[in-house]
Design a protein around this ligand. Structure first.
Ligand code: PLP
Length: 460
């Protein structure tokens, strides 16, 4: 049974949007000038519908999260059943409820091996805040309290809270709120196309990893707590590191006894064709952050995966870890996440991404986009893709001499043509639901190509 289609007064909603609502990550003056946001009213499968009657292929899975697609009755039922039985209880002060325990067990099984425990939160940002506090607490317990410094990467994204923004390397976000907080260092990102065009990939991988070691030596290994990175940078522009980068990063962390943190908020839950991105790269982080695909965005829930040796330290010496949120281990969110993971397993969405739809997308990019005059590179891994727009084929030169002119033009044309994608500077990125079909991948690529064609006379 589908939900009844409700008739909204869209004009009135847009008026109220301007009058009373401050949308997230937005230029509020621009939204006021537009007369309000685009209002998405319903969705099913891979398609969202806006209040103006447009059906749009959701090439972004919402905000990189709706892995099982929209309209899953099973997830609504799981929430309904749990809400009637026990809508809410907390995990403070020696209590818990069944769903978070069952979910922790399930997630531990998917992480495999040494990542045996899970701490719940509501958002990816909160997961990284938990990691920040847990890591510093751990090093104190270990008797090495000087190990406080986190090393992240320029253009990395770890969320919007104070610790999240600080760990991340988005300069525009740092500029608001006098961030980063002290004790956080940033090093170069492994962005071959943008930052080292034409360099040998293996050499570049080694150079980008070496930047981490150099920084460790500069600040003193005895002061470094952890390195944090997304297996593939998502919000930075789907930056797929060259082969060899992650194993080299892991080796450096081990050499200096530094914790390795993978932020799996986007890469987790099948996006790269494995349950977690670090499994694709064959590395073993000490902590991982996960969110989004954990519940496919149906309800807010995130988690931190924690390695055995950290748990052992907490148990042996810890006392109270005085950290947690009202909604840590929220039973209804956890119940929905469990059912979401069951759907992913039943429909083999991870295997499908690795063996079928991911390669299909890569081939479509190579065959039908890579040769386009505006495309400098079309890359993908699993169901995460990026198209670099350039002013001159065969180079990484951007329109107007600096990044950011072409991306919004192509993105807006894509949306007008019925495809939701994001423009990150001059990189168009896509991250469709993992249920996307071959026909829908063809449609996604067709619309991208048509939008690039239409952008040519505007940009040239
Ligand atoms: N980490 C990564 C890698 C992300 O992509 C995001 C969000 O996009 C976050 C953390 C923050 O998650 P949230 O927006 O749920 O706080």
């Amino acid at each position: 049974m589908n939900a009844p289609i409700r008739n909204y007064d869209i004009a009135e909603l847009r008026r109220q949007d301007v009058a009373h609502h401050l949308p997230a990550q937005a230029d509020h003056r621009l939204i006021a000038e537009m007369g309000g946001s685009r209002i998405i009213t319903r969705a099913e499968g891979c398609v969202i519908h806006d209040g103006d009657g447009n059906a749009i292929l959701d090439g972004m899975a919402g905000l990189w999260c709706v892995n099982v697609g929209y309209g899953r009755q099973e997830l609504a039922q799981a929430a309904y059943d749990q809400m009637l039985e026990l809508p809410y209880y907390n995990t403070f002060f020696k209590t818990a409820s069944p769903p978070p325990i069952e979910l922790a067990t399930k997630v531990a099984g998917l992480m495999g091996g040494h990542l045996s425990h899970v701490f719940f939160n509501s958002s990816g940002s909160e997961a990284n805040d938990t990691i920040f506090r847990l890591v510093r607490h751990y090093w104190k317990l270990k008797g090495q309290p000087s190990r406080k410094i986190f090393i992240g990467r320029w253009n990395g994204y770890h969320g919007s809270t104070v610790a999240g923004v600080s760990l991340g390397g988005m300069k525009a976000m740092h500029a608001q709120g006098d961030l980063p907080i002290p004790g956080i260092e940033h090093v170069m990102q492994p962005y071959l196309f943008g930052d080292a065009f034409g360099e040998d990939p293996a050499r570049f991988a080694a150079r980008a990893a070496q930047a981490i070691e150099d920084r460790i030596l500069q600040v003193g290994p005895e002061n470094v707590a952890a390195f944090i990175g997304e297996p593939v940078q998502g919000a930075g522009g789907v930056i797929i590191p060259p082969d060899g980068y992650w194993p080299a990063v892991e080796a450096i962390c081990r050499k200096y006894g530094i914790l390795l943190i993978c932020d799996e908020v986007i890469c987790g839950f099948g996006r790269l064709g494995q349950w977690f991105g670090h499994q694709h790269y064959g590395v073993k982080p000490d902590l991982i952050a996960m969110a989004k695909g954990l519940s496919s965005g149906y309800l807010p829930i995130s988690a931190v995966g924690v390695a055995d040796h950290i748990v052992a330290e907490l148990r042996e010496k810890g006392g109270d870890f005085v950290h947690g949120y009202t909604y840590s281990g929220h039973p209804t969110c956890a119940a929905v996440a469990i059912r979401n993971l069951e759907i992913m397993e039943r429909e083999k969405l991870v295997e499908r991404t690795r063996e079928d739809t991911g390669p299909y997308l890569a081939k479509a990019f190579a065959d039908r986009l890579a040769g386009h005059p505006l495309v400098g590179e079309a890359r993908s891994l699993g169901l995460l893709g990026a198209v670099e727009i350039v002013a001159e084929k065969g180079t990484n030169r951007r329109f107007g001499g600096e990044e950011g002119k072409a991306g919004p033009v192509v993105r807006d044309l894509c949306i007008k043509n019925g495809l939701m994608v994001r423009g990150i500077r001059d990189t168009i990125v896509c991250c469709p639901p993992l249920i996307i079909s071959h026909a829908q991948i063809d449609e996604l690529v067709d619309i991208l190509k048509r939008s690039l064609d239409e952008a040519m006379p505007i940009l040239k």
